[in-house]
Ligand binder design. Structure first.
Ligand code: GLY
Length: 348
């Protein structure tokens, strides 16, 4: 088993190892005395993993109950959020009880936002069951839901007390979800470690998970509130959030981020903001994963959507600019420059 300790506004462990899910109760018992636990999960993960988790929790004296919602990005909204809060209150969950997020990115985001706001904040544990969630959403305490206007527009910073990552759960993931996770890993490689690329293409998932978590941990520790360096993790996301929203979420997050990275890298190079053009390398890497660079929306539409981006301050936006594959920097640009970057990036 591998352990990382994240030192942010609170300090917590991220444990990585096969079999951790079935042993979750033991790890929780090291942190908490027996209490009521509400396990928040979705309709897909429920049938696969909730029973083994509930059994382990009961074996260690905890009293688990479960809140379920329909799987998919469409559930990441105010209605599901409100339903979960009401269910917790109905279930008499108090602030000294616990929540567990069991699932992929949508579950982790929703449950994290619930945890940060229910009774002004309750402890929660994250057990990611997708590669994407393990290397991104589960770590760092950023949790959000979508509004009609766009993705992740209502949220909190609320750190979990423990993250249990069991790569055994990735074995049942359909191929498109593995690819989504690998796309997110390519983002980590592009901003921080080009040496990760061969491991991603070899699908060395154990290595990829550990390395991506260590990259994310470092960025969260220097910039928990996402005002600076942590924004490197948003490479490709300015375009990607527009792509996801405009496609009514039929283009998955991982694929949208891949297309967004290629477009943003190309636009930054063509504008003279980037020292190197890494869009060709990214296109090749993503081609190996079966992801094409085409974006079925206009640069104008992406620009209009980008005006709702959370990285905007004082009519300027921080963009992630590649220096080389494995190294990116942040640069504040004007809306006019953003419009030009997206136009040049989306054009073939
Ligand atoms: N998902 C990007 C971040 O946590 O900052």
């Amino acid at each position: 088993m591998k352990k990382y300790t994240v030192s942010a506004s609170s300090v917590y462990d991220v444990l990585i190892g096969r079999g951790l899910l079935a042993d979750a109760g033991r790890y929780l018992a090291e942190l908490y005395t027996p209490r009521h636990i509400s396990v928040i999960t979705d309709s897909t993960v429920n049938g696969k993993y909730s029973q083994v988790l509930m059994t382990s929790l009961m074996e260690h004296g905890f009293r688990p109950s479960k809140i379920l919602f329909p799987a998919g990005e469409h559930s990441k909204n105010l209605t599901t959020y409100a339903n979960i809060l009401e269910a917790l209150a109905e279930d008499c969950i108090s602030r000294s009880d616990l929540l567990i997020a069991l699932g992929g990115g949508v579950v982790c985001d929703l449950a994290g936002f619930v945890a940060g706001t229910y009774m002004r904040g309750i402890d929660y544990i994250v057990i990611p069951t997708t590669l994407q969630a393990a290397i991104d959403t589960a770590i760092g305490g950023k949790a959000a839901i979508n509004l009609n206007a766009g993705k992740n527009l209502a949220g909190v910073f609320w750190q979990p007390s423990l993250v249990l990552c069991d790569p055994g759960t990735f074995q049942t993931l359909p191929e498109p979800q593995i690819i989504d996770g690998l796309a997110e890993a390519v983002k980590c490689a592009a901003i921080s470690d080009a040496g990760l690329v061969p491991k991603i293409l070899d699908r060395d998932l154990d290595y990829v998970v550990e390395r991506c978590i260590s990259i994310k941990k470092s960025l969260v520790e220097v910039d928990e509130r996402d005002t600076g360096l942590r924004q490197l993790l948003n490479f490709g996301h300015t375009a990607a959030h527009g792509i996801e929203k405009l496609s009514a979420y039929s283009i998955s997050h991982g694929r949208a981020v891949a297309k967004g990275m290629i477009a943003e890298a190309r636009g930054a190079w063509r504008m003279g903001l980037a020292k190197t053009d890494i869009s060709g390398d990214l296109t090749e890497i993503f081609a190996s994963l079966g992801i094409t660079p085409d974006i079925p929306f206009s640069a104008r539409d992406l620009y209009e959507h980008a005006l709702k981006d959370k990285k905007i301050r004082d009519n300027r936006i921080n963009m992630i600019i590649p220096e080389s594959l494995g190294k990116c920097t942040l640069r504040r640009i004007s809306f006019t420059e953003l419009s030009e970057l997206l136009r040049l990036g989306v054009e073939a």
